[in-house]
Structure formats: C-alpha cells, structure tokens
Design a protein around this ligand. Structure first.
Ligand code: GAR
Length: 223
C-alpha cells in the first residue's frame, strides 16, 4: 500500500468539518491521515476535540504577528514540522496571501457552504434565502488567492425549503459538508482528482455520480 498523505487541518472555531475529516481518516484504507490541527484562534473549540483524540494541535494566534507574511511564515513552518503534504481548510477564516497559496498550490483544499462560484464570502445562507434560491449546497475546491475560489473537486446540492431560516438551512448544508469533505479528500489523497488547466480531472473507477444531490428530507443518498 502506498504511504498515506499527511494532512494538516486549519480551523478557526467549532471544527465540525475537522471532526468529520478526522473520523473518515480513522477508517481502514483511507489514503490520508491527520498530521496536525492548527488554529489561528486560541479559543477554537475544535482544538480540544483533536487533542483528546491524540491528534497534535498547534495554536498560531494571528493577532500576535505584526504582518500577514509573518503569520504565514510560522504557519508554513509548522506544517512542514509536522510533515504535512496536504492542507484542509475547515472553517479557517483567514485570507491567505498569494505567496502562501502558491507554496501549497494544488495541495490545499477548502470547503464553503454554497454552490460556488455562487455566494462566496460570509452570511451565505442569509443571502441564499434573500435571493429566493431553491437549490444551494456546498463545495470543496483547491485554494487560489481569491476568496472561496479555485478548481472544484466536489459539490453537494441541498434543497431550500420555504420554511427555512439561515439556521435550519445552514444545519442541513453542514450535514452535507460532513459527507462531502471526506469524499473530496479521498479523491485528492488517492490521486484520483488532479488539476489540469485550472479544472479538476477525475480518474474514477467506477465513475461516481457528481454532483451529489441531497434532498431536504433525505441525506442518506450521499452514502
Ligand atoms: C463551515 O460551514 C464551512 O463551510 C464554512 O465555515 C463553517 C465552519 O464550520 N467555511 C466558510 O465559510 C469558508 N469561506 P466548522 O468549524 O464546524 O467546520
């Protein structure tokens, strides 16, 4: 068996996507393993969860650095120190400069709670509801310097209900995120999803259906 890819997970808060990635990586034959969880906020709830499970954790408080570059230099070094070869941003709420993004080009993933390129940025579910969108979802993509942009690896669609609030819709999308991110990481870590000409090419056997659709009432179809 080829060596597992070592994953550095970047968080800023709750870390529920980090948990879903760590749980997936703990299953047999997953082609990646967690190397470190790094938070830019000391109070991030996800740090305790990871530490309790024996995953190394590091806090790099961005407020302690005079410049973005200095923060990113420490972040980069910490990732190298832990032997990381793939980064998963999981609710990591810091914009990264071009120099950091270029160093990890096609080796850094992000998850965002919309069907990108629609609705990058914050308050996604509020904006979806305001605009009367009927189908939303989530996206895992390779990171580029623009916010929530880059070659798309996987998407899941989630139906919007007339009764939805940002909270109920966000909760349903989050459940889809927890299924989608491990799937996308598996594709990348196993070499089945690679970037060519700024789009992702897949070598899937057998071909898996994508995008995944998540009816509002039934999340089991995501497998
Ligand atoms: C998730 O919904 C993730 O998609 C979003 O932050 C949340 C983090 O939750 N990320 C973005 O909006 C990135 N632009 P979590 O800490 O429980 O994983």
């Amino acid at each position: 068996m080829t060596a597992k890819r070592k994953v550095g997970i970047l968080i800023s808060g709750r870390g529920s996507n980090m948990q879903s990635l760590a749980r997936a990586m703990a299953t047999p034959n997953f082609p990646a393993e967690p190397a470190v969880v790094i938070s830019n906020r000391p109070e991030a709830e996800g740090l305790d969860w990871a530490a309790e499970r024996g995953i190394p954790t590091v806090t790099i408080d961005h407020k302690a650095f005079a410049t973005r570059m200095a923060f990113e230099a420490r972040l980069h070094q910490s990732l190298l120190d832990h032997g990381v070869d793939l980064i998963c941003n999981a609710g990591f709420m810091r914009m990264l400069t071009g120099s950091f993004v270029d160093r990890w080009r096609d080796r850094q993933l992000n998850i965002h709670p919309s069907l990108l390129p629609a609705f990058p940025g914050l308050k996604t579910h509020e904006r979806v509801l305001q605009q009367g969108i009927l189908i939303t979802g989530c996206t895992v993509h390779f990171i580029r310097t623009e916010m929530d942009a880059g070659p798309i690896i996987a998407q899941a669609a989630v139906a919007v209900l007339p009764s939805d609030t940002p909270e109920t819709l966000g909760a349903r999308v989050l459940k889809a995120e927890h299924k989608l991110y491990p799937l996308a990481l598996r594709l990348v870590a196993s070499g089945q999803a690679t970037v060519e000409n700024e789009t992702v090419k897949f070598t899937l056997e057998p071909q898996e259906p994508m995008p995944l659709f998540v009816p509002a009432s039934n999340l089991t179809t995501l497998g």
